[in-house]
Design a protein around this ligand. Sequence first.
Ligand SMILES: Nc1ncnc2c1ncn2[C@@H]1O[C@H](COP(=O)(O)OP(=O)(O)O)[C@@H](O)[C@H]1O
Ligand SMILES: [Mg+2]
Length: 339
Amino acid sequence: MQPLVLTRDPALLEDLARLAAGAGVRLDTRGDPVAALTAWSAAPLVLVGDDLLAEVAAVAPPPRPGVVVVSHAPPAEVFRHALDLRADAVVDLPDGESHLGSLLGDVEEAPGRGLVVGVLGGAGGAGASTLACALGQVGGWTAPALVVDTDPVGPGLDRLLGLDEEPGVRWDDLATSTGRLGSRSLREAVPRRDGVGVLTWSAGPATAPTLSTVRDVLAAAQRGHALVVLDVARQSGAVAVELMARCDLVLAVTPATVNGVASTLRLVQPMGDTSRIRLATRRGAVSRRDLEAATGVAVAFEVPEQRGLAEAVDLGLGPVRHRRTPLGRAVASFLAEAA
Ligand SMILES: Nc1ncnc2c1ncn2[C@@H]1O[C@H](COP(=O)(O)OP(=O)(O)O)[C@@H](O)[C@H]1O
Ligand SMILES: [Mg+2]
């Protein structure tokens, strides 16, 4: 959701465009107050140029917070119209630039609703972390994606994605920060490349985040990303329950083997409600039908065996080296259906 700007003054528009670029936001600019009414209430911030102020006041849009009048040299009548509009402030440019810049910088995208997919290993070493990263990589090609590492004793998903050398915020930093976490700040702060970001721990001993940190992070992640993938560690107790509760869909990676079925069953049986769980199967002799019958959970797709996966990861390319790999295609077609 973009700040709404109402002006036909090219000089004002130029100033606002520059400030918005500095704040990293895009503007919804309109020259017609009546047509702009459709965006008036929903916009996170409304900037009214003094050139259109009388026209806008005449339209009498519904009162709302976050209306700011912008002007290059406000004449007296600006204040009268600003009062009519119940504007929060009249900002005089260029003096008020830094104030306006910070107002623009505070603009949060409207609550988005990114798809949240959890990935669980049905059996140890089944390939859950690999699939989580593959989902993030493929998702990131079209819209911002975030892979969230929840396994403090795992190898670190930043390494799997080739982002371990990238600077950025990690769980350790979030645990000690206070205040509301912005969706944009989270998206821009984590290590990221080619549309996929990762939230994990710094090297060294890691402690699991508290439930309240997890809740805040997931809410911000979902607002700021089209896809959030959670690599859910099997042993993380209350945090795992919380994580799963927030998923639109949970993929349990299950080797299609007798052992794989047995351990997946042990995983899913205690979960009363399995309606959001699907199996992502790895190669094996057990048929899809038998897998579904034994576990009571439907198969979403088969995760192909990816040749050269370890090499791609070692090269820092992540599990999906490029689009046309079997893993890349399988994940892309799953995401296209899940979206
Ligand atoms: N689709 C795949 N094709 C080939 N090898 C894979 C695949 N998925 C995982 N692996 C390999 O299996 C091992 C375990 O994978 P990992 O994702 O760490 O499993 P988990 O997170 O379930 O413990 C790794 O060595 C990984 O390279
Ligand atoms: Mg793992």
